[in-house]
Design a protein around this ligand. Sequence first.
Ligand code: HPA
Length: 299
Amino acid sequence: MPFGPEFIVSTLCLCGDKPFNLKTKMEDTINRQLDEAAAFVEERISGKPEMAVVLGSGLGPLAELIKNPVRISYADIPHFAVSTVSGHAGELIYGDLNGRRIICMNGRVHYYEGYSFARITFPTKLFKRLGVKTLILTNAVGGINLDFAAGDLMIVTDHINMLGGNPLIGQNNDKLGPRFPDMSEVYSRRLQELARTTGKQMGLDLKSGVFVALSGPSYETPAEIRMLRMLGADAVGMSVVPEAIIANHMGLEILAISCVTNAAAGIEDQKLSHEDVKETAAQITERFTNLMSLIIEQI
Ligand code: HPA
């Protein structure tokens, strides 16, 4: 259900004359929901995850490498939103990958599905509660940079938020982070370097670049892509940024790897489709999976 209690509360905030009190209540509600979700997950796993990995469209096969997996369906976790998009499995998997204890989200929810930013970033806040220190985000993107080709992997160096909102709007939770968080190194330079070195060891030509997030669900027009290129964006997609803003606010170390599934609109004389996006993601599964598991081992 995209329109949860926080949607109703924020709608009331727009109508009432005491937005501050209502926002406080919303924060309390989310904290209570996080307590319930954390208790549910902790009952089912032993130990603490060191890092969390979010797998985007068609990038799920990495989850199959997890040893001794504990699988929890999103639908069973209290207050967890369930993805309505094909290619997003909707399962939390906890276990060992290359000797590291990880919690993996196989599939995510997006702003364009009608979920509020609070719902989209609920899992990120849950990971922090569970003890995670590092967050690895992945997604499928369209390549804006003319040097990129479908099948490339890109290390995200920075982002441009064009979603039309920010998940930190509302009363600040001072226990999690400051009101005005610094955003000058959202994507850890240390982890970018680790990914770059690992890519080189594997003989991969990893790209680096700036990711721009738009709400979707329509793909961009060729004119929008030309504009985004002028603004300094190398790749475009519909996810990652809400989770990255929230994780940065809470002080998590973040790495984001994007899979370029297509040339962005207007670059090639070809229409874009979600089926093609999933197919390209599937074609690079092996490369992506090997890279990710080597990075995870060394973090
Ligand atoms: N645009 C936006 N999101 C995407 C694209 C794209 O071209 N490809 C994969 N996700």
